[in-house]
Design a protein around this ligand. Structure first.
Ligand code: F0G
Length: 487
């Protein structure tokens, strides 16, 4: 019997290929040691399938590459800037557009412009660079995402939603004048790529209107968020992605954008706003920190590629395949009995390292250990999203202990085929089967900021085994033998 629906295949064919490096387990053992058990410190040449990030890793189309040849590298008024500006006006609906070298450039500018030291910036969970810029500008970040976002078992379809009760409590406590804006992230990265609903953003907008609080959208993965709204909010099932995107943006005062994700380019971003006064100020800062307001740290050709990327990325057939591939990988991994964050988000599959490695305490960096082990087993590179990424509390200096200890398998857009996904799932299954052999780590070098990028680790000293430990391992190996076979 044929399945009811036609399978979803890539809506493109491959014109140019990039060979991959195949390595041995011994080779990778040596490389991960040299990289101090931090996958960010590996050389990409030593990686087989690179799922470190979906940021700047997309494959551009022939249409985008052709656009690169039309680059106008004039210092001021490049024609490609106007193409980009028009595309942003058309699809996102913001009038004023300031290119930046990437997303964090836009975050830097908007934080500096809107925050007065002592302010509070609520957000539906933090993102590392976004929060860092808010803090640098003197604000305290306050998490107002719904509780379900912190629960890897919750099947809530919109785990990226803002909890209006939490938000209101903050406003009552500190006063609306201390809250310059809500930072609203689309497809919340640290929660597993979880979307917000249109219903939620409508309610949030109403609340913000009453209190005179702006909404700044982190639109980095907003096309993917719009796709989830179409899939999961029945009343919007008949609408186009473009229509849903326009409506989302209509409730916000501006956006920061990392074009390196949704927009299918390797570099670039922008800040877009409605208020001409904010735009004028942003141009001043942009010129200081990024580049003149018509290039802002981007080459003309890169602006052209980003505008063309937007035209392609908004197509439903692209999003069906892109998010479909993430879900394909998730299903394969689940076949091996591996716990992941559910429901599966838009850009990555998140392994629940705390549940996969119950023999490690959070201070032994289970997610970091699992990411290292996955590289050694298969050459697949992933990244930690747990205690290392969460950093330290800026006032107490103590480690933040996030509820989730995750490894992110992030899928670059249009780069790998589903055969690669089969290999990745197999590698994760191997780690699950051998989980009791995965050792914890200790941090031997810790940078002050964004420590996950540069931190160095060593294997944690072997624990002295007690009788109880031995009984525990015996019980575990019985469980391991029950898990689905990998061969
Ligand atoms: N906002 C979100 C939600 C992001 O995921 C990122 C980057 C940024 C802002 C910053 O943009 O890198 O262009 O400066 N995320 C990357 C990642 C680094 O791997 O998730 P950027």
């Amino acid at each position: 019997m044929l399945k009811k629906n036609m399978p979803v295949a890539e809506p493109y064919k491959i014109k140019m290929v990039e060979p991959l490096t195949m390595t041995t387990r011994e080779y990778r053992e040596d490389k991960i040691k040299t990289a101090h058990y931090n996958t960010f410190l590996l050389k990409s040449n030593d990686v087989y399938i690179d799922l470190l990030t979906d940021s700047g890793t997309a494959a551009m189309s022939e249409y985008q590459w052709a656009g690169m040849m039309l680059g106008d590298e004039s210092y001021a008024g490049s024609k490609n800037f106007y193409v980009l500006e028009q595309a942003v006006n058309k699809y996102y609906g913001y009038e004023y557009v300031l290119p930046t070298h990437q997303g964090r450039g836009a975050e830097h500018i908007i934080s500096k412009l809107l925050i007065t030291p002592g302010d509070y910036v609520p957000g539906n969970m933090y993102f590392t660079t976004t929060r860092a810029h808010q803090e640098l500008a003197g604000a305290t970040f306050v998490d107002v995402i719904i509780d379900e976002a912190h629960d890897s078992n919750s099947m809530h379809p919109f785990k990226g939603n803002v909890d209006l009760v939490k938000f209101e409590k903050l406003v009552q406590k500190v006063g609306a004048t201390k809250v310059p804006y809500l930072n609203l992230q689309a497809c919340v990265n640290m929660a597993g790529g979880q979307p917000f609903s249109l219903e939620n953003i409508r309610a949030v907008h109403e609340f913000c209107q009453v209190h005179g609080i702006k909404i700044i959208l982190d639109a980095t993965r907003c096309l993917e968020n719009a796709w989830f709204i179409k899939q999961r909010e029945n009343e919007h099932a008949h609408r186009s992605i473009a229509e849903i995107l326009r409506e989302i943006c209509s409730y916000t005062d501006g956006c920061t954008m990392s074009g390196k994700k949704d927009l299918l380019v390797n570099i670039g971003g922008f800040l877009a706003v409605r208020d001409p006064k904010i735009y004028e100020k942003a141009c001043e800062l942009g010129t200081l920190f990024e580049g003149l307001h018509t290039y802002g740290g981007m080459a003309g050709r890169d602006m052209e590629a980003m505008a063309r990327g937007l035209e392609e990325a908004i197509k439903e057939e692209h999003l069906n395949q892109r998010i479909g591939q993430v879900h394909y990988l998730a299903n394969k991994i689940q076949e091996y009995g591996v716990p992941i964050v559910l429901p599966v988000g838009g850009h990555a599959v998140y392994l629940d390292a705390a549940r996969m490695l119950p023999h490690l305490s959070q201070d032994e960096y289970p997610a970091q250990s699992l990411a290292s082990a996955l590289y050694v087993e298969t050459g697949v590179r992933a990244m930690e999203r747990g205690i290392v990424s969460a950093g330290r509390d800026k006032t107490t200096g103590l480690n933040n202990y996030p509820k989730l200890e995750l490894v992110r398998l992030t899928i670059p857009r249009r780069v790998y085929t589903n055969s690669h996904m089969d290999v990745v799932a197999y590698g994760v299954g191997l780690c699950q089967e051998r989980h009791h052999k995965i050792r914890g780590l200790e941090m031997v070098y810790e940078p002050e900021n964004m420590r996950f990028f540069q931190a160095r680790f060593d294997l944690a000293p072997k624990k002295h085994k007690t009788k109880a430990d031995n009984q525990f391992s015996a019980a575990k190996s019985i469980v391991a033998n029950l898990s689905p076979s990998l061969h």
